[in-house]
Design a protein around this ligand. Structure first.
Ligand SMILES: [Ca+2]
Ligand SMILES: [Ca+2]
Length: 362
């Protein structure tokens, strides 16, 4: 065989192997791509499926939020016992079930606060149970309470969700009027948690402002002077208070202004003046709403307290308003105790700014 023929066969063989290699490689790549595509499709499908699932679950989760009032809040097993000889009321917190999920993980960290009303001097708390919607507390708390005040008292059991870095949120509560309890038998029962009542009286602080009305120029001037002993709203035992001055005409929100924010104080001094145009006809139909708020940079601002003046007001507030009207052109200053925003809202029940034709439940 000539030399060139051997070379030719060698080259042809090498070429054949090379082609084979290319073919195999190409096939492998193709397969890989297809596999990848399939995988992608699978992931996509999963993603879609996942979305559908969350879409189905989502309304539930968002509904769990603080504001929702319709969903059940779960139930609590408690016991009550009164030892008349020693004047001791014992409240047992046994267990809770079907509580609401308050945390993102779909769970809560419940604990129960127990106290009696109106004498709220002693407040007890159970241990916190992490990550559960059906905790077993099994704790008992005793209150020294005479028989006569027992019958005028209410036992309050409030379930809170513990949070390490944010405010603990109330999940629901049970209030038992102790005068309606049959003390001759052992009381141990499950009761559904209710929406927390918001009418508890507590010391929210006091505010001083002056009012001046000049009928000839139709000017109402409110000077927010100072506040003292405000309730602390922040973890450091302080607040960042500012004051909202609001006018309502015919029980509709009308005009509002606010003071500057005073950082980290419970006794802020403002001396800030606000003048509103209010005709003599309108002043008869106006309510002045003063509210003190705690400013928060991270979370929503919280109301510390509120009060309102005007023809619909009563007591001290009505007196201040009447003094202003009786002394035109003269500023009249007075101190007022703040009430809870919920209480004032319930009494005044302002309607929305725009007149609505259909009846709304507020
Ligand atoms: Ca929590
Ligand atoms: Ca604050």
């Amino acid at each position: 065989m000539p030399r060139w023929a051997i070379y030719a066969i060698f080259v042809a063989g090498a070429l054949l192997i090379l082609i084979c290699c290319i073919c195999i490689c190409a096939k492998c790549c193709c397969k890989g791509k297809k596999k990848k595509q399939k995988k992608n499709e699978k992931i996509d499908l999963k993603g879609v499926n996942g979305k559908t699932t969350t879409a189905l679950v989502q309304p539930d989760v968002s509904d769990v939020g603080y504001g929702s009032t319709k969903r059940p809040r779960g139930k609590l097993l408690y016991s009550l016992d009164y030892n008349a000889a020693e004047s001791v009321l014992t409240v047992g917190i046994k267990q809770a079930d079907s509580l609401r999920a308050m945390d993102l993980g779909g769970s809560s960290d419940p604990y129960v606060k127990v106290y009696t009303c109106p004498d709220k001097s002693k407040t007890f708390e159970t241990k916190v149970f992490r990550n559960t919607l059906s905790p077993t507390f099994n704790e008992r708390f005793s209150f020294q309470i005479s028989k006569s005040s027992l019958l005028k008292s209410t036992a309050v059991m409030q379930i809170f969700d513990f949070n390490r870095f944010t405010k603990h949120e109330i999940m629901g509560e049970i209030r038992v009027d102790l005068c309606s309890v049959d003390w001759n038998r052992v009381i141990e029962e499950w009761q559904d948690l209710a929406e927390p009542a918001k009418f508890e009286e507590e010391n929210l602080g006091e505010i001083c402002f002056s009012l001046r009305y000049v009928p000839t120029t139709s000017k109402l001037t409110v000077v927010v002077l100072e506040a003292k002993d405000l309730k602390s709203m922040d973890t450091g035992g302080s607040s960042d208070p500012y004051v909202k001055v609001q006018l309502a005409l015919d029980k509709r929100k009308w005009k509002k202004r606010k003071t500057s924010i005073k950082k980290k104080t419970l006794n802020p001094y403002y001396n800030e003046s606000f003048t509103f145009d209010v005709s003599f006809d309108q002043i008869q139909r106006v309510n002045l709403v003063i509210s003190v708020w705690d400013h928060d940079t991270v979370s929503r601002n919280d109301p510390i307290g509120k009060l309102f003046l005007g023809g619909d007001a009563s007591g001290n507030q009505l007196r201040h308003w009447a003094d202003m009207l009786a002394n035109p052109r003269r500023p009249v200053a007075q101190w007022h105790s703040l009430l809870s925003a919920q209480q004032v809202n319930a009494t005044l029940s302002l309607k929305r700014k725009l007149p609505l034709h259909n009846k709304l439940p507020f």
